[in-house]
Structures are given as C-alpha cells and as structure tokens.
Ligand binder design. Structure first.
Ligand code: 5GP
Length: 228
C-alpha cells in the first residue's frame, strides 16, 4: 500500500475562449459538480447586459472606481477590452481562496491568462472553442443586446484569440456541452495526479515486510514516510 499527501494549496485554473463558446455554461456545470471549485468574480467597468447579475457575473463599477482600484493595487491583473472597458481579477480574495485549499477558476481573456501564468507558472490554462463560427453567430443573435459594430469587434477578437491557442495547455471544443464538461473534469483530475502536486509519498518499508514474511510474522501494515 502506498499513499500520497497532496499540496494543500488549491489549483488555479484559467478558462478562456472565443466569444459565445459557452464558457459560462461549462463553468456553471463544473461548479455544480465540484464543491471544492470556486469561480473568481472579476470587476468590470462595462455596462450590465440583459441577464447580468451583480456579484455573480461581475462586480460592476464605474471607470473611475476601477482606476482607483488599479492605483490601490487591488488587482492581480487587469485588461482593457477593445470596447474600452476594464476587466480585473481581485487579488486578495484569490490569494485567500487558494491558500485555504480551494480550487479557483478565472474566466479571463488571453492577455490576462498570460499575465497570471507569469505570476503563477503552475496555472492550468484551458481554451474553450465554439464548434463553428456559424454557431457563434447564432448564439450572438440569440443573446442580443449589442449593436453591429460591437458584434464585428467580437468576431475580430475571436479570430485574434484563436491564433493564441498555443499559449494554452489544453483546448476543448464545446460541441456537446456535457462532453466538454467531462473533458475539463478529466483535465483537472489529471492535473491533480501530477508529480509536482505531491508533497510527500508514503510507502511501507519493504525490507521490514520481507523480514517479517520470512520470519513467518504477520505483515506490518503501518505506513512510514519514504526517505527523501
Ligand atoms: P464579457 O464582456 O463578454 O463578459 O467578457 C469579455 C472578455 O473579458 C472575455 O474574454 C472574458 O474572459 C474577459 N474577462 C472577464 N473578466 C476578466 C478579468 O478579470 N481579466 C481579464 N484579463 N479578462 C477578463
């Protein structure tokens, strides 16, 4: 018998993806199924859209308030979108969650993902792709709330981000949402088994077991730390 003690610090997971790739749906399903997983809620200066909920989708603040927070060093990273809106990841809350052993998802753009990766190299970077741009068009229309210019910018941004996929560790196509969720869960399970996640390995002392076996004694099943 052998057992391992994992590092207690939570895992940091970044989920990015093209517009309307269904990141939110995948994340919600992951959160429902994995109680140790939490979503970091970003701050933004973009106006609320229909369906947005304060404190659930984002903390919505003005540009001035956002800039004050930048000056106070409240963000781990922040980015300004092509539509001139700020988005930022709150630093203190994230640190506290990770230190308490919670796994945390950041749903941020490619630029933010690169900045976080520099600060936390062990971050798991996952990119979600919509099955086709035709499907993206359909989803944007169904969602509504944006003018043609904004939609064009979304498309341009999507193509720009797809070209940066090589900066990610994993890519998942969201064709059938349940399948995409399963794939992300499989990634997270594999990442938990990485050797660099292990703090200590415990195995029985083989010599002692062999000796007791030869002497006809019962096996001693006590687990002892492996010499490092
Ligand atoms: P949306 O306006 O559609 O909610 O989000 C637009 C983009 O901003 C998405 O690509 C999303 O991942 C990104 N985003 C959301 N929060 C953050 C954040 O805190 N930091 C960065 N860098 N990007 C973010």
């Amino acid at each position: 018998m052998a057992s391992i003690k994992e590092k207690t610090r939570g895992q940091l997971i970044i989920i990015s993806g093209t517009t309307c790739a269904g990141k939110g749906t995948i994340i919600n399903k992951l959160l429902e199924k994995n109680p140790n997983l939490e979503l970091s809620i970003s701050y933004t200066s973009r106006p609320m859209r229909t369906g947005d909920i304060e404190g659930v989708d984002y903390y919505f603040i003005s540009q001035e308030e956002f800039e004050k927070k930048i000056d106070s060093g409240d963000f781990l990273e922040y980015a300004k979108s092509q539509y001139d809106c700020y988005y930022g990841t709150p630093k203190k809350e994230l640190e506290e969650k990770l230190a308490s052993g919670r796994d945390v998802i950041l749903e941020i753009n490619v630029e933010g993902a690169q900045n976080v990766k520099k600060m936390f190299p062990e971050t798991i970077l996952i990119f979600i792709l919509a099955p086709s741009m035709e499907e993206v068009k359909r989803r944007i229309k169904a969602r509504g709330g944006e003018n043609t210019e904004q939609i064009i910018k979304r498309f341009e941004n999507a193509y720009r981000e797809i070209n940066e996929i090589n900066k990610y560790n994993y890519v998942v196509v969201n064709d059938i949402v349940e399948e995409a969720v399963k794939k992300v869960e499989a990634i997270l399970i594999s990442e938990r088994c990485r050797v660099d996640r292990i703090e200590e390995i415990f195995v029985e002392n083989q010599e002692e077991i062999l000796h007791e076996f030869l002497m006809g004694k019962e096996f001693d099943n006590s687990i002892k730390p492996l010499d490092k």
